[in-house]
Design a protein around this ligand. Structure first.
Ligand code: GDP
Length: 526
């Protein structure tokens, strides 16, 4: 197969949802339909086990899921599908933002009883900012849920997107009869199923098919009226609008019953885009360029506690990756030649032979690779767009046993590089500062410092509530600013200076006084 063909058959997407909407269940069913697993239950079982055994329920659950199944590759029809999981909890949203930079499309799962929830909205904003195309799956139709028109209306209003229903439900809860496929003009009859694909599915052709009205009189009457309305009022599917992230195709179903799942998988193959070009500081890079390039969007330390390894997740952006290949880290010009690069075949890690644009590869390393690093075959390139957000919560951190200071520093350095937390070193010295977007991040870090680095650390309150990275076109002006505000300056993990404030007014005063200095709430990997 040619490079062009390999790229054209790749689909790389993330699955996003508010917790409990059914992301884990759907993920598993996608794997089932793609033939990557035979019986559902493995992903769920792992999640349940974590749930039951851990005091750190929320943390372990989050970590557990993301560790166990953060990247999955499967083949479906003629396509190679890469599925990336995202942590559902809002306190880990930074991690999610970064994962979303590595995909070409997103699959949004909505609980039909709850509609659009807070976390869905936040994630969606990120997709919108990047014009990521989104496919929507409205789940749990086997329950008493909200009226479908109501859900569609809410989607449109809250997401600010056009909604193009591809299927329409007949009934719900115990009266759920199936979905009508609007484009194929046929009804797919619901049958409950759990762990396996049954194979025998029933379809009834045509809305005026007397069998539909005969077998499902109540559901049919309502659905018929709704379908007429939707056909009149909803915009037809428009590929360009979808690809620009302005219109989302919508599917109804029940993940736990394997119902409506195959349609979503087909939509991913038929509608979602193959990998596209990506901006780097130097130039735009096309996926079909023969030379390899890729970007690290996630680092996970100690994935396997018995090995204490650290895996950099890299999205291939162009060219062809082959095992044993030499790669250059653009940040420092160093060569690496890993021979243990892994791929993620439905949660098993396997040694990787080759990969193409859109694929995710895992490179075990001991700190050589950082978030945002670009790897190439030699060219100096730096892909842009990996965001770090200014923390909104701050805590000082100290070790209980001063002899463990070294472990604390080492642990924090690694956790900082992994992006689990942001670590700031005050220019004036003293206690290191931790910055987070969500409170749970602190708990995770303290917990991991103890379990992974043997370091008993303690958080201390701090008066800071805001940080802004500072830059200036004029180096000397920046130095003057830093000198004049030395007691409020701290350096982050990559030595970028940040201005710390205890309240918004302070920031405002500084902004007014130092006109040439730019204050940033977001930093991209430099
Ligand atoms: P996640 O937190 O988004 O990963 O959600 P899960 O996949 O763990 O699902 C949350 C709960 O909803 C679990 O108890 C699932 O069994 C249940 N669930 C998922 N899909 C369906 C569905 O289609 N129908 C019903 N009734 N329950 C579902």
């Amino acid at each position: 197969m040619s490079l062009e063909q390999e790229v054209a058959r790749r689909r790389t997407f993330a699955i996003i949802s508010h917790p409990d909407a059914g992301k884990t269940t759907l993920t598993e069913k996608l794997l089932l339909f793609a033939g990557a697993i035979q019986i559902a239950g493995s992903v769920k079982a792992r999640k349940a086990a974590r749930h039951a055994t851990s005091d750190w329920m929320e943390i372990e659950k989050q970590r557990g899921i993301s560790v166990a199944s953060s990247v999955m590759q499967m083949e479906y029809r003629d396509c190679v599908v890469n599925l990336l999981d995202t942590p559902g909890h809002k306190d880990f949203s930074e991690d999610t933002y970064r994962v979303l930079t590595a995909v070409d499309a997103a699959l949004m799962v909505i609980d039909a009883a709850n509609g659009v929830e807070a976390q869905t909205l936040r994630l969606l904003e990120v997709c919108r900012a990047r014009n990521t195309p989104i496919i929507t799956f409205i789940n749990k139709m086997d329950r008493e849920v909200r009226a479908p028109l109501d859900l569609i209306d809410e989607l449109e209003r809250t997401l600010g997107m056009d909604v193009a229903p591809f299927t329409w439900p007949l009934g719900m809860g115990k009266d759920f009869a199936g979905v009508y496929e609007l484009r194929e003009d046929r009804m797919r009859v619901f049958r409950a199923g759990e762990d396996r694909i049954s194979g025998d599915e029933e379809v009834l052709q045509g809305l005026d098919n007397p069998e539909i009205a005969g077998r499902y009189p109540m559901q049919f009457e309502t659905a018929h009226a709704e379908i007429d309305l939707v056909r009149d009022a909803a915009p037809p599917f428009d590929e360009a609008e979808f690809l620009a992230g302005r219109q989302t195709p919508v599917f109804f179903g029940s993940a736990i019953n394997n119902f409506g799942v195959k349609e979503v998988l087909d939509a991913l193959v038929d509608l979602a885009p193959p990998p596209g070009g990506r901006p780097a500081i130097q130039r735009r890079v096309e996926p079909t360029e023969p030379k390899f390039s890729g970007v690290v969007f996630k680092i996970q330390a100690n994935m396997d506690p018995s090995h204490r390894d650290r895996v950099a997740f890299l999205r291939v952006c162009s060219g062809h990756f082959e095992r044993g290949m030499r790669m250059k880290v653009s940040r420092n010009g160093k060569d690496i030649r890993p021979n243990n690069v892994v791929t993620f075949l439905s949660q098993r890690r396997e040694l990787l032979e080759e990969a193409y644009a859109g694929d995710i590869i895992g490179i075990p390393n001991h700190g050589t690779l950082q978030l945002g690093d670009t790897l190439t075959e030699g060219e100096t390139l730096q892909f842009t767009g990996l965001p770090f957000f200014a923390p909104e919560l701050f805590q000082g951190v100290e070790v209980r046993d001063p002899l463990k200071t070294k472990q604390l520093r080492a642990g924090l350095e690694q956790l900082g590089e992994e992006g689990a937390i942001q670590v700031f070193r005050p220019l004036a010295g003293g206690t290191l500062l931790l910055g987070a977007v969500g409170q749970l991040q602190f708990e995770v870090v303290i917990h991991r410092l103890k379990t992974e680095y043997g370091c008993d650390a303690r958080l201390e309150g701090t008066r800071y509530t805001m940080a802004r990275w500072v830059t200036c076109d004029d180096e000397r002006e920046l130095k003057r600013f830093i000198d004049a505000n030395a007691h409020r300056i701290a350096y982050d993990a990559v030595n970028a200076p940040a201005f710390l404030a205890t309240m918004r007014a302070e920031l405002k005063v500084a902004e007014e006084k130092w006109e040439k200095i730019k204050f940033h709430a977001m930093r991209e990997h430099a």
